[in-house]
Design a protein around this ligand. Structure first.
Ligand code: TXA
Ligand code: MG
Length: 332
């Protein structure tokens, strides 16, 4: 079912064509195999979450062939340029603010105002990224809760039949994930230790703090950790079975009538399509609420199966009571 592609010109061209058509292709990097999809195509990104079986939308890393193409999509301060010059291509991921005109799908960054960007080194990975000519979103190519794969055989063990192809570039030389560094705040924040050492980074940008990753912050273990969950400006009402004229409706399947504004997540009640549209929908309805003076967003019920789990996880956090001093780190 899943094509196994050789790391030659034909294999790279086939992988690039599949990715360009919105299909999922696993590929090797210096760290671990990534489960790749077109970062600008929300359907492809939703399919990544579905293939992994992730119960929530963690933000994904975008892979670029070089710093120039990466920094066209995110704003890079001096420290980012220095680190890129020293460590790219290589196992370092930088979290930076999205540019206004950034074409990457909101779902790729799980609705965050920042985007994680990385430039992998292996020549085959480089050739693939140049052939696709668009950013590739890729989490590690394992099912949720399993270990990260460092060979094509590991990938197939977890994902055979769930993805279009794997580009087999042999074992990954580094074997641990990239270091994730958040440069979007006042001081550099180490979100995940990895293939680029802390010492090497600090030699260039000075001492840094360590903090929770966006995934950890998005999965609070205590109510006190709810500080940075996704939240539109208006209150959110879940499992709506009717809707009022002063409400904006997030519809799933045949829409309820009477809302002040409606955004359809998926007319055919397809959870993958709904996931692809989720953040754009919340963003759009927040705008409608402001323009038309609507009081809240009402959300139609979405089944707790497949990607519905991740959609409901995110909607529940959007509907949770807000800490008043929430820092607005999320878009919309
Ligand atoms: O080596 C790697 O980084 C591999 C290869 C495939 O590139 N990728 C990988 O992706 O490990 P993943 O999805 O398993 O881990 C991405 C990490 C998560 O901890 C996530 O929370 C963090 O990066 N991250 C992504 N975007 C972020 C953002 N905007 N803000 C903060 N953290 C972010
Ligand atoms: Mg992972």
């Amino acid at each position: 079912m899943t094509e196994r592609l050789a790391p030659d010109a034909a294999g790279i061209a086939r992988a690039a064509a599949l990715l360009g058509a919105g299909e999922l292709v696993a590929f090797g990097t210096e760290t671990v195999y990534g489960l790749g999809g077109d970062a600008c195509n929300p359907r492809a990104v939703a399919a990544i979450f579905a293939a992994k079986g992730r119960p929530r939308f963690n933000p994904l890393i975008c892979h670029y062939p070089d710093a120039e193409t990466a920094f066209a999509h995110v704003a890079a301060p001096e420290a980012a340029r220095r680190l890129a010059a020293a460590f790219w291509p290589g196992p370092l991921t930088l979290v930076l603010p999205r540019r206004e005109d950034c074409p990457v799908a909101l779902l790729t960054g799980a609705g965050l105002a920042t985007l994680a960007v990385r430039v992998p080194a292996p020549p085959i990975t480089q050739a693939l990224l140049r052939a696709v000519a668009r950013p590739i979103a890729a989490p590690s190519a394992n099912r949720s809760g399993r270990v990260s794969p460092t060979t094509a055989a590991h990938v197939l063990h977890d994902l055979d039949g769930r993805i279009a192809a794997v580009l087999d570039s042999g074992p990954c030389p580094v074997g641990v994930e990239s270091t994730v560094l958040d440069l979007s705040g006042d001081a550099p924040l180490l979100l995940r230790p990895g293939g680029t050492t802390r010492e090497a980074i600090e030699a260039l940008v000075g001492p840094m703090r360590a903090g929770p990753t966006a995934g950890e912050r998005a999965a609070p273990r205590s109510p006190g950790m709810l500080g940075s969950h996704y939240a539109p400006a208006r209150p959110v009402r879940l499992r709506a079975d009717s809707v009022a004229t002063d409400e904006a409706l997030l519809a799933f399947g045949p829409p309820l009538t009477g809302a002040g504004a409606t955004f359809q997540l998926s007319a055919g009640a397809d959870p993958v399509e709904a996931a692809a549209n989720l953040f754009a929908g919340l963003h759009a309805l927040d705008g409608e609420c402001a323009r038309r003076g609507l009081a809240r967003i009402a959300v139609m019920p979405i089944p707790e199966t497949g990607l519905g789990l991740a959609i409901n996880d995110r909607l529940r956090r959007a509907a949770a009571p807000r800490p008043s001093a929430r820092k607005p780190t999320f878009l919309a």
